[in-house]
Design a protein around this ligand. Sequence first.
Ligand code: OOG
Ligand code: NI
Length: 463
Amino acid sequence: MAPEHANPHQIRALFSRAMSAMYREEVPAYGTLMELVRDVNSEVLSGAPEERARLEELGELERIDEERHGAIRLGTPRELFTMRRLFAVMGMHPVGYYDLSVAGVPVHSTAFRPLEEAALRRNPFRVFTSLLRLDLLDDAELRAAAAEVLDTREIYTTGCLELIDKAEADGGLSEADAERFVAEAVETFRWHAEANVPHALYQRLHDAHRLVADVVAFKGPHINHLTPRTLDIDRVQEMMPERGIAPKAVVEGPPTRTVPILLRQTSFKALDEPVSFPPSATNGETAITGRHTARFGEIEQRGIALTPAGQGLYDRLLAETRSRITPAADGSNADAYRATLAEVFTAFPDDLATLRKDGLGYFRYSATGKPCNDPSRGVDALIAEGCLRADPIIYEDFLPVSAAGIFQSNLGDGAAQAFVANPNRARFEEDLGAPVHDLFHRYAETEARSLAESRVALSRTLQ
Ligand code: OOG
Ligand code: NI
């Protein structure tokens, strides 16, 4: 980045603010959810001065209610390829591969996000990005019709494409260009109340899978939700009805715990919105107004990132829970699901010391400032001596089963459908035009670096 260029993290901050403003205007219930999140967060903080001080020290207090992520669904490899280039302008890169076909949703996904901790702190915004997999649909004729519609649409403005080229050629954008870029980029994610296909085709796409209609029948990949961070997800879930918003049946992810792990998420059900469908050019079908559900609001609460061993244990316990009880979309067995989840997860250690000693979570080490006798001793001994401390590293990624639950609850009841599990990471990366960054690698690296730096600091404290 040359000195005259805008900082990519600054561009991302501008972008997430512009998206938030657009979405609050388009989806008023989302504004209500944000107010609720703000109220609950300030309630939690006023009852927990230590947590408040910790967040303040981390510089997170001010931005506590800002969005953490959003999500979009793309139709073609070309759209995905350009989306990677677009996000790179804002310092966001693809991390992780998520196959959602296992959970009955015909997409595979990644998340574009800042890679470094410092960048995440400056602005944590990320975008969960899915690519539709028409290859998973049985109906060859419908597949062809959908592909034809998708191949002729252009989801980026000319100005946006020019500025991406310019950023790549010059290694960045000037401040003025960065502002133009954000304004142009936001257009791609705007809602269009006019469908791109006549109603009969929409209906056929919808009957194949509601998600297919959501991607194919519109001019672009409207942002389908934004997600602020809450400090007490159970409380927000409980209070949503009081504020006139309908939550999904259960919170996705791990149960309520003393030490939060990974990611817990919930959302309000997608709005039913009017859409105008154009007349057909071939069969005499006239223009009509119909309806579509796509857009919702979500909240998230994050905990410690797990090692492959910890993630393996989480996956096993979640599978065990779900083999005993599947949460019903109408909420009829929500209490029983919560109870089973909590019971099965008693097998997951719930204190930081055990999580660390059992190698289940990632930790950031730091020297406490207390001099130590022998900095080359093992981590446990240094911690026991009080000269080294270990703090949890927060999980910054997503969970495929949870993501599928968020998708399902917003595609309407009865949208669940079985596909044969069919991950195709190689194909996804080919379409993306780059490999995705490995999830675990980054946490392991942060942990190792923090320990090495702590040992250096400790050796300086030797008398
Ligand atoms: C994406 C759902 C996944 C999350 O937070 O796990 C997601 C979608 O509905 O397009 O955003
Ligand atoms: Ni989400």
